[in-house]
Design a protein around this ligand. Structure first.
Ligand code: AMP
Length: 282
């Protein structure tokens, strides 16, 4: 596995791989890798000749007062895990390698950034769309791989790639969970024992709504209220940021289920802000 900090050197490797006729895949991450990231890297290795993993805690997607400084990091373990999953190159730039001091070019996808996480994190998706477009311009991959855990991010990046005619497929992969249902996240290390014990309730509440939808409940406010009631009982330490039901493609809230819809939640549990989602199929 080649290692790069310098964007130009990383791009030269990517250009050389393409010139040799290789198919290439990019897996962007913020590091502190877990089995969710590993599943993306393994998928990339099974579907491309060259697999680039980026590890970059992107400062522009954190708002004031968020956990940029505290975000967990372990570059040595990340490198070992990426290599063991089939990465052929690891790109670990410093913030100053990506952003010039007078950086002023931004990519925004406003309609898809308005709801869910965009409502409480106003600069988040501008930072995500900008850094992913920078990474795509450096790596020039045939495919970029993202997790459905960040469903809104995936929908927004798909729209960005379409609107900008990027020559890159955006691949979304299923959520990897702990045995008790908690979605893997680098931020799960913030959970204390009592919070960790309640955290699986996040997904259980979504499954409860999915069962109601399967049994015929199509009214979004009723389904949202059912999730809220479930959390009040099973995740009492949680502070709900949002419980929303949206169109899976454009992530706009829906009033009723007319086809598959996405139930998406964000809940603060101690120092952690956890997100999760589940497709509801009426
Ligand atoms: P992050 O390092 O949290 O920015 O995540 C990097 C990529 O890994 C994103 O595309 C995430 O959606 C994806 N990811 C994070 N957690 C999971 C998970 N539990 N299952 C699948 N993909 C995940």
């Amino acid at each position: 596995m080649h290692r790069f900090n310098d964007p130009k050197e990383f791009q030269e490797q990517a250009l050389a791989d393409r010139a040799r006729g290789k198919t290439t895949a990019l897996v962007p991450t913020m590091g502190f890798l877990h089995e969710g990231h590993a599943s993306l890297i393994r998928w990339a290795a099974a579907n491309a000749d060259a697999v680039y993993v980026s590890v970059f805690v992107n400062p522009t997607q954190f708002g004031p007062g968020e956990d940029l400084e505290a975000y967990p990091r372990d570059p040595g373990r990340d490198a070992a895990l990426a290599e063991s999953c089939g990465a052929t190159a690891l790109f670990m730039p410093a913030p100053g390698d990506i952003y010039a001091p007078d950086h002023c070019t931004w990519v925004e996808v406003p309609p898809l950034a308005r709801h869910l996480c965009g409502a409480s994190r106003p600069v988040h998706f501008r930072g995500v769309a900008t850094v992913v477009s920078i990474l795509l311009h450096l790596a020039l991959p045939h495919v970029a791989v993202f997790g459905q855990k960040d469903w809104q991010q995936l929908a927004l990046l798909r729209r960005m790639a379409r609107d900008l005619h990027l020559p890159c497929r955006i691949e979304g992969r299923p959520i990897v969970r702990e045995a008790d249902g908690l979605a893997l996240s680098s931020r799960n290390v913030y959970l204390g024992p009592a919070e960790r014990a309640q955290a699986p309730g996040l997904h259980a509440g979504l499954l409860h709504a999915a069962a109601l939808a399967r049994d015929g409940q199509r009214d979004a406010p009723t389904l949202k209220a059912a999730i809220a009631a479930y959390y009040a009982e099973h995740v009492p330490a949680g502070e709900v940021d949002y419980i929303e039901i949206v169109d899976p493609e454009n992530v706009q809230p829906v009033a009723a289920l007319e086809g598959p819809a996405l139930a998406a939640v964000a809940v603060r549990l101690g120092r952690a802000r956890l997100i999760d989602n589940e497709l509801l199929r009426p």
